[in-house]
Design a protein around this ligand. Sequence first.
Ligand code: SF4
Length: 359
Amino acid sequence: MKNINQGCDLYRKIYGGERITPKEALELFSWDIIDLGMAGDMRRRSIFPKEEVGFIVDRIINFTNICEAACAFCAFHARANLIQSYELTYDDILRKIEELIAAGGTQVMLQGGLHPEYGLNRYVDMVKAVKSRFPEIYLHSFSPAEIMHMSQKSSLPIDAVIKALKGAGLDSVPGASDLLVDRIRKMVSPKKITKDKWCEVIYCLWRNNMKSSATMTYGMGETDEEKIEHLRVIRDVQDRTGILRAFIPWSFSPSKTRMANILPATGIEYLKIVSIARIFLDNITYIQAGWLTEGLKLAQIALAMGVNDMGGVLMEEVVVKATGIKTRTNSRELVEVIKNAGKNPVQRDSQYRAIKIHN
Ligand code: SF4
């Protein structure tokens, strides 16, 4: 790793608060991790000058694992003689939300496989069932791939799909971006939407006045240039729309997938991604720690390198769990983890407004 000459142009640019180019972002991979982390933290302070770290009490409800995309990097979808298929009923979903509310939760993420028999009506009815029973719950649900699936299955334009979901009560849509590089998408998820289609869905959400987020799954055989290309796509989309509330990077968990021969990315790689993303994505306020895949201890270090949100407590999550990852947490533990990192924990809502400040 390269020790940084504090007089170099890139150092001056970063500390001067200037936007950096993709080529300069690529150079950051060679920086010493401590220098890079300090630069990431400085940029975090310039965008978000408080020492607060938010988290939300939420639950992911994966309503089916039947999926016609069958991505190579996914351990969750049903496979003959390997993983039993399931579909939750609306009653199952409502019961899970009741449990979330009893635990003080405010947000639900409904997400599922691309079920060959689910058209738009199925999703609209699901949203209506939740909202008519629990109007107070914020539905941050589905994904650009699911929206495209609804559009194809029902032969409707994306715009009509989004309007119908919004009309039923959907509040916002997670970005679920994977890696926005078509060379990698063709290898790991050829039946899922392309990078351009992902952007199209986000632009359509924007035209319908809905918010989203962006994620990043790295460690699937991409180059550093492709990692930066992913960040560039997201920065450009955010320049145009401003609808991405947060960016959430995490490493690919190969175990139990069809790509199980790939070595998992290391902790240093994760911290580099976090800091580079914080410096490069100068138009996104919240960068979340991927504690589920990276572990709470690494997430704690990320809080000193550009991260300013812990994301959800994830009262239930089965997609990452399918790869064998067992990390779980709860509000009490997250509060301690954040405090122990020298930050002030804040339970927040889906719009990043404080609900409870933990002193
Ligand atoms: S990642 Fe999503 S789209 Fe791909 S197989 Fe898994 S559930 Fe289906």
